[in-house]
Design a protein around this ligand. Structure first.
Ligand SMILES: Cc1cc2nc3c(=O)[nH]c(=O)nc-3n(C[C@H](O)[C@H](O)[C@H](O)COP(=O)(O)OP(=O)(O)OC[C@H]3O[C@@H](n4cnc5c(N)ncnc54)[C@H](O)[C@@H]3O)c2cc1C
Length: 409
């Protein structure tokens, strides 16, 4: 019987497997995909993720030092920083490498097999696919967004989510990421064009509930203004949790990554948090296996630790997201203009290297005198005061971490 069975070899499951094998634990990973890592994703990771989990040679498409933001009034603002704050990576290769490294250290992989049932007994966990039954002392559920496996171990799924749709396109020369905030021409929470290799880029949309039709509208608009030449292939859509689930552990089981809702609620980025929580899961499982105590109580240390690292940031960013969603187009355009004129965003990112700490960028923006002037001028008429108070309360929770890197080296 293996020490740990892991369902899912995305960033969360693959890095948990790697962490456990490094600690000398026996691990079996099951994934229904044959091509690991090939999930719809843009592959943008912040510089902190690059430092802590460096992409291998040839896995980085680009390291943009600038972004264009088009607001609802059709104006485009150019933001740039001296050094790259993020990398656009080959997500498939990057994620698959964690599994290759884990395999090299002894992890066993069963690919192309879907886990259909899980039974937690007093002495082990029994995991079944259509081909086999496997037994482990513990189980990690890392099967991504919307997994049906949580209910089989008595845990609750999250019910707040967004949907992302994306497609590859051909573009003319492009080296900056372009973000669109116009809810009519490019509907959704936001849309993007991210350059990848030579004349290729990814166009995507994140929206509440449905995003495919919004992506089609955006593509039509982007083609009409010459931002893209043609669409290559079909679009793909997938859900993104907005909030962590209540409980990410139970007897013999931990939940990691999108399945646990460990994601940045503003952008929907989840690679870094999946990797970080994979490391935490591996170390908690190792010490619980050592003590031969895989009870719910012993495994609760996992939730304490991951919440300590990213819980406040997720909570603050969630409040900000809910607030930003309600900002009318007109005010949003003014805010971006003021942020550009007063170099607010560039200053915050450059000075504090905060690409991965969205709450600090937003709280820094909100406390900037020029930005708060826009809020003061517009808020009373446009947005309920309660929302403002709730958001500021939420953001202040995240401020306790200011100055700290999310992941301590
Ligand atoms: C459009 C879009 C763009 C995104 N862009 C970014 C980005 O630029 N940067 C970023 O950081 N994040 C991005 N994300 C989010 C990111 O992709 C996820 O947060 C991340 O992949 C989560 O990793 P995971 O390991 O938890 O889940 P996944 O990567 O979803 O991996 C889960 C794995 O489990 C397997 N699986 C599922 N069910 C079963 C089963 N029953 N049996 C066996 N195997 C199973 C799946 O095949 C899959 O391989 C984006 C998301 C979307 C939708």
């Amino acid at each position: 019987m293996d020490d740990v069975i892991i369902v899912g070899a995305g960033p969360a499951g693959a890095n948990t497997a790697l962490g456990l094998t490094k600690l000398g634990r026996s691990v079996t990973v099951i994934d229904e995909r044959i091509h690991l890592g090939d999930k719809v994703c843009t592959g943008i990771i912040g510089s902190e993720c690059v430092r802590k989990y460096p992409p291998g040679p040839g896995m980085t498409f680009g390291q943009p030092t600038s972004a264009n933001v088009t607001t609802a009034n059709g104006k485009t603002y150019h933001f740039s920083t001296e050094y790259p704050q993020a990398s656009v990576i080959d997500r498939v290769q990057y994620v698959a490498q964690f599994s290759k490294d884990a395999e090299a250290l002894g992890a066993k992989y069963f690919l192309g097999e879907r886990v259909v049932s899980i039974e937690v007994t007093v002495s082990c966990v029994v995991v079944s696919t259509s081909n086999r039954k496997l037994r482990g002392k513990a189980l990690v559920i890392a099967s991504g967004f919307g997994t049906s496996l949580l209910s089989q171990v008595g845990l609750q799924k999250g019910n707040e989510y967004m949907v992302g749709s994306q497609v590859e396109v051909e573009v003319n020369d492009m080296d900056s990421v372009h973000v669109y905030l116009d809810s009519l021409k490019t509907p959704g929470f936001f849309s993007w064009i991210t350059p990848t290799v030579s004349n290729k880029a990814l166009v995507g949309v994140i929206a509440n509930k449905t995003s495919k039709s919004k992506l089609d509208t955006s593509l039509k608009y982007l083609k009409s203004v010459g931002s893209i030449n043609r669409v290559c292939g079909s679009s793909r859509s997938w859900g993104i949790p907005l909030k962590p689930i209540e409980q990410t552990y139970t007897n013999r089981v931990l939940v990691v990554g999108d399945s646990a809702g460990q994601i940045k609620p503003i952008t929907g980025g989840g690679i870094l948090y999946s990797l970080v929580c994979g490391d935490i899961a591996a170390s908690v499982l190792d010490s619980c296996l050592e003590k031969e105590d895989l009870s719910e109580n012993a495994l609760s240390a996992y939730q304490v630790l991951w919440k300590k690292k990213i819980g406040k940031e997720i909570q603050s960013s969630y409040s900000i997201r809910k607030f930003v969603e309600k900002i009318p187009n007109k005010i949003q355009s003014q805010l971006v203009k003021v942020a550009k004129t007063h170099t607010v965003i560039e200053g915050l990112i450059a000075n504090k290297g905060m690409f991965d700490k969205h709450s600090l960028i937003f709280s820094g923006m909100f406390s900037n005198p020029a930005i708060s002037w826009v809020f003061r001028k517009n808020f009373r008429n446009s947005i309920e005061n309660n929302d403002v108070q709730e958001t500021l309360k939420g953001i202040s929770l995240g401020e306790a971490n200011e100055g700290n890197e999310l992941v301590h080296q």
